[in-house]
Design a protein around this ligand. Structure first.
Ligand code: UDP
Length: 241
């Protein structure tokens, strides 16, 4: 199992928290600017980049409905999808401040603020060198943006799903709690499922496994790692067949 030398097209999954300061809430100009700077460098290598952004820095449906019994869980998930649109708009301006051309494409039509996701249109933007920011997940409740990243990667025939996290890759246990947790260099989809490793949600893993779409889990906080990951360097944990 080896990563190719250079990816032509990637889906980069950023959690909502990656745009926030260390507390994990809201949107930080500094954090989103730094991510944008690295994406610009990666884009300069000639890679086509689609970004899926989460909404966890604002609201996660499952959590929110758990603590607000008046709000139906489905409603809360729609609120989470709206949060991803807010993040996408922030990321769009951050990327454009670094000289990139971008389009936000939303799975939920919001014609005043973003294009609606249309597969062939997304492909057109990518081949023209625009960074495409995919907002509102897949537009349906009860899943997360991990599933959206996997699904869109299949749709647009991305070479890989790059999952940006705060740790160096996939560990045998939570490395922020267990100092003896071991970092895996590569894993198969069945390793992930059988060992119940927390990589992405189960639907996302199942989709990638069924269609043999590789996933790379890496630490976006380490300087230069986003560029390395997008450029196809071995960084973090590689998951494939
Ligand atoms: N969500 C959804 N459908 C989707 C994508 C997201 O219902 O296709 C909702 C879900 O409630 C999720 C929230 O939007 O918790 C925010 O996304 P996510 O939790 O994936 O954000 P992240 O953890 O990546 O910041």
């Amino acid at each position: 199992v080896n990563a190719p030398l250079h990816y032509k097209r990637v889906v980069l999954k950023l959690s909502g928290e990656s745009l926030a300061d260390s507390g994990g809430r809201g949107i930080s100009g500094e954090e989103s600017g730094e991510i944008a700077r690295q994406i610009k460098l990666a884009h300069d290598t000639g890679c086509q980049i689609a970004i899926v952004i989460g909404g966890g820095n604002i609201l996660r449906g499952a959590q929110f409905s758990g603590s607000n019994s008046m709000v139906h869980e489905a409603t809360a998930h729609y609120m989470g999808m709206l949060a991803t649109i807010i993040n996408s708009l922030a990321m769009q301006d951050a990327l454009e401040a670094h000289g990139l051309q971008t389009r936000v494409m939303s799975a939920i039509p919001t014609d005043k603020i973003a294009e609606t996701f249309i597969r062939r249109r997304a492909l057109r933007h990518l081949t023209r060198g625009r960074v495409v920011i995919l907002a509102a997940g897949i537009g349906n409740p009860f899943v997360t943006t991990d599933t959206a990243a996997a699904q869109r990667a299949l749709e647009i025939e991305a070479d890989v799903v790059l999952k940006a996290t705060r740790v160096d890759g996939v560990y045998s246990d939570d490395p922020e709690k267990n100092p003896h947790a071991v970092l895996y260099e590569s894993l198969t989809y069945s390793d992930v499922m059988e060992k119940n490793l927390r990589v992405m949600d189960a639907t996302a893993i199942a989709l990638c496994s069924e269609h043999k779409k590789p996933i790379v889990v890496f630490n976006f906080k380490k300087n230069g790692n986003i560029v390395r990951a997008i450029s196809g360097e071995n960084v973090g944990t590689w998951i494939g067949a």
